[in-house]
Write a protein that binds this ligand. Structure first.
Ligand code: ADP
Length: 629
């Protein structure tokens, strides 16, 4: 009979321990899913692979991700389970997308089987189920099984055929500076910080690379950097032969906060970052000025390059990328000043002067709103940037967020608005446009009848059902999963920054805005307005923002929902909060939160960012809870 291959790739499998005495081990296997079977084999370099196992698809009763609150003891960290013929096979995928792709594909192939009604969301371990503590391995599951599942609602892109090959030691390795989602067939997805083998760099813009699973494809050359080598010409920030004086002239002429370039120092093999700033320096020097920072190298070990102490990178492009996307000055809560840059590296400047070409966004006309089309109404509230008014635009009820000039720089506001206009999702407060032709400038936003989530929770206190609370968390996680997928970091996720619609849908607002706040009371972790109680430890210590630091804040937001709008760590100062977090303490379980929901909160508050779940996974877990609770 004919069988068609649906998916293949390398993953890790845990021994099935069919007999009580069989050992527990983790082995790398090459998996193939076809229309009849799920097979896995051992690959031996240069030799024929050996088939190690084969599961008939008709014998599968459940396939689902596994939720684990314990560290995963093998290199691939994304487990899923296949329950077949009374056996449990645990498979570990290298990343969440890969896991969802497999789960989705197997679910699709087995949806007409005789399936379980309930399954176990956690591991069978040490003679019992971690989820429900039952000690019979074949005991009925404790969680409703969804044969279609979240994954099937949101189709993921297919993967190119995997050609498995061995890494050639002579070939150059490159590291991804940022994620990249392919748009055309010939392209390959990149995952930030992962290594790829460079196959061909003859085209200056598109390089051919191979990932660890053997998939090859084209990627933009500016999204990767060679692990060794100093070939920076393709980066817009690199100006090879420019002296200190010339750099100052060019940057002064631009006179934009954070305009910067990287140039060769007089000392051979050393590089300097020159950056323009209007910010006052620590030793009272005159402003504006151009500051020069030598990129330093540690004597030994890897990673080696750094500008700010504690922030080490394997390569210079990684270091620049980091400082382009993270807050400038890092001040830790205990008053010790960590050597840092005076400003974020905002605008790369090219040798001939002028900013480098940004990727084309919507044209001016697409997002500029004519002030004549706007009607200004009553005040809805006031925030960090100024007043928020009710208004009307093209027959639509809208909210108009006025931006006080001293709160945000004009240029940066426009840049931000352009980015926000590109993001579109039903769980994000939609930005319709901006009006920059009058002062103060304003954002034209979707109108949210029920105001901000924190106030909403407090007014609804005592009336919210379990379903309603879970739905709120689901809404936020859906919006955040979209931002995560778009490589966009929120940076200030909290109930006060979510808004509630007429139909009680919760949507994200103010995403990414903190980067443009000029008030350093807000941006420095030492200062009173910094949202320490929502911030991950790495943000408080090093201002290191990431989707995983957003995940931490999401845990706090869930806590706000289940306490019906209480302030986290009430009556405790920021310093006390940091001390108790360092001592391993966390917010306590809100009375209204079911155990499974609190487990998710705790997962968000893992010390190490890598141990926290992604938003895609949180969304999945919350969706399965919603059918269970
Ligand atoms: P800021 O970001 O400047 O701190 P906020 O976004 O918190 O300001 O807005 C202040 C208040 O204005 C909110 O608490 C809310 O009541 C109201 N508001 C803001 N945006 C909207 C909107 N899109 N629809 C309805 N009300 C809004």
């Amino acid at each position: 009979m004919y069988s068609l291959v649906i998916l293949n790739g390398t993953m890790i499998k845990k021994s099935q321990q069919k007999k009580r005495t069989s050992p527990c081990n983790y082995k790398e296997r090459f998996f193939v899913l076809d229309t009849e079977e799920l097979k896995y084999s051992e690959c031996r370099p240069g030799k024929k692979s050996i088939l190690k196992g084969c599961i008939k698809l008709c014998s599968i009763k459940c396939v689902e991700t596994v939720f684990s609150d314990l560290p995963i003891p093998c290199t691939f960290k994304y487990p899923f389970q296949v329950f077949h013929d009374n056996h449990f096979l645990y498979i570990f995928a290298p990343d969440n997308n890969c896991r969802l792709r497999w789960v989705q594909a197997i679910k699709e192939e087995t949806k007409n089987n005789k399936l379980v009604e309930k399954y176990h969301p956690q591991f069978w371990m040490d003679g019992k189920w971690r989820c429900c503590q039952q000690s019979n391995k074949l005991a009925k599951g404790c969680h409703v099984y969804d044969p279609l599942g979240y994954a099937s609602k949101k189709p993921l892109p297919g993967i190119p055929d995997a050609e498995v090959g061995l890494h050639d030691a002579l070939q150059k390795m490159v590291i991804a500076l940022q994620n990249y989602t392919p748009f055309r067939d010939k392209e390959l997805a990149l995952q930030k910080d992962k290594e790829y083998t460079l196959m061909d760099s003859s085209n200056p813009e598109w390089w051919n690379v191979r990932d660890e699973k053997g998939n090859t494809g084209l990627v933009p050359s500016t999204h990767v950097t060679e692990k060794s080598g100093k070939n920076f010409e393709r980066f817009e920030w690199y100006n090879k032969n420019i002296t200190r004086g010339e750099a100052e002239d060019i940057l002064f002429k631009e006179a934009k906060e954070g305009a910067f370039m990287v140039r060769n120092s007089r000392q051979t093999g050393v590089y300097t970052v020159s950056v323009f700033t209007k910010a006052p320096g620590s030793n009272g020097e005159k402003n504006p000025c151009v500051k020069h920072y030598q990129i330093r190298q540690t004597e030994t070990g890897e990673p080696t390059f750094y500008l700010a102490e504690k922030y080490l990178f394997q390569t210079i492009p990684e270091l620049i990328y980091y400082h382009q996307h993270n807050a400038a000055v890092c001040v830790c809560v205990y008053m010790c000043y960590l050597a840092g840059l005076i400003t974020r590296l905002r605008h790369p400047v090219t040798q001939a002067g002028g900013f480098s070409q940004e990727t084309a966004g919507p044209s001016q006309d697409e997002w500029e709103v004519d002030p004549e089309d706007l009607d200004f109404g009553l005040q809805l509230g006031s925030g960090q940037f100024g007043l928020v008014l009710q208004g009307r635009w093209r027959e639509k009820k809208v909210a108009l967020k006025m931006i006080k000039e001293e709160c945000m720089s004009n240029e940066e506001f426009k840049e931000e608005a352009r980015i926000m206009m590109r993001l579109y999702h039903s769980k994000l407060v939609q930005l319709y446009g901006v009006c920059t032709q009058r002062s103060p400038m304003c954002l034209v936003l979707e109108f949210m009848e029920n105001g901000c989530l924190s106030d909403y929770l407090r007014t609804k206190k005592g009336t919210l059902s379990q379903d309603a609370m879970l739905e709120m968390c689901l809404d936020v996680s859906e919006g955040m999963a979209y931002l995560e997928m778009s490589n966009f970091i929120h940076r200030d996720l909290a109930a006060r920054n979510c808004l509630v619609s007429k139909n009680n849908v919760v949507k994200l607002s103010d995403f990414g805005m903190t980067r443009y706040v000029l008030d350093d009371q807000y941006t420095s972790s030492l200062c009173s307005k910094f949202p320490v109680k929502w911030s991950a430890p790495e943000v408080i210590k090093y201002c290191k923002f990431s989707s995983k630091s957003d995940v931490w804040s999401f845990g706090v937001l869930m806590w706000e929902v289940y306490t019906e709008g209480r302030l986290p760590y009430e009556n405790r100062s920021n310093t006390e909060v940091v001390e108790s977090l360092n001592a391993g303490m966390r917010l306590l379980k809100p009375k209204l939160a079911p155990e499974a929901v609190y487990l998710l909160m705790e997962w968000c508050w893992k010390e190490k960012p890598v141990d926290r779940p992604s938003f895609a996974l949180l969304l999945h877990e919350l969706s399965s809870l919603s059918s269970y609770l």
